[in-house]
Design a binder for this molecule. Sequence first.
Ligand SMILES: [Zn+2]
Length: 238
Amino acid sequence: MNDVRTSSFQAFLEQLVGKEILLKINQNKSTYLSVSYPKDSAIKASIHKVFLDAELSVIQALAKYLKGSRNKKNFSLIKAFVHRIDGLEGRTTSKALPALHTDGEAYDLKEILASVLKFYFNDQDLGLEITWYTPKRKRRLTWSAKQSVTFGEYHAPLKLIKINSLIDNWEVPKIFVNFIVYHEILHNIYPPKVNERGHSQIHHKEFREAEKKFLFYDEIIYWKQTTMQNFLDKNHRW
Ligand SMILES: [Zn+2]
């Protein structure tokens, strides 16, 4: 496998690791991940192709692992992903994007993406895709754990923005949906950084500064912390 997706996955991974990687994408039944550190050459890694579809947090965990971290919590993230994939019935082997659903009940994401790109990003063609999605309910760990709702996600290898269909609702102002889309576009423009301690930072300083350039940023954050909470209490089943 030596296609565009593999090379963009590799470039992304190398950026996170901060080192060159001799990457082999395997389709073995037995090996999900194997890595060696030859003295005089780049890190050698054989990674199962299912990781090409992994979400950002898993790829970051993978990057930490490749950097040599044997942190248990980090590794359990990778393990959880593999187990989830293992458990999927008839898992997709397609390299294609999932079916995109942009025309929602209240808002059309295609139109919103285009208008946000036009207004804030000089109408640049960043090659992004967008879709509504309904997240699977996560199992609650403890009754007191503070839950948070993810309004949007950015899937870097596929350049795919996914927006939680919870906010496809007339009670949510359009500017809030615009803001969430804006935030996810920033993930494309400001990829995660790895700091001196080897920790990957998603919402780093440059990211946050760019985020604040959104028109009415303060008002939106205030609204999110007040009215949006009531909306969530009413509409979101924890
Ligand atoms: Zn984010």
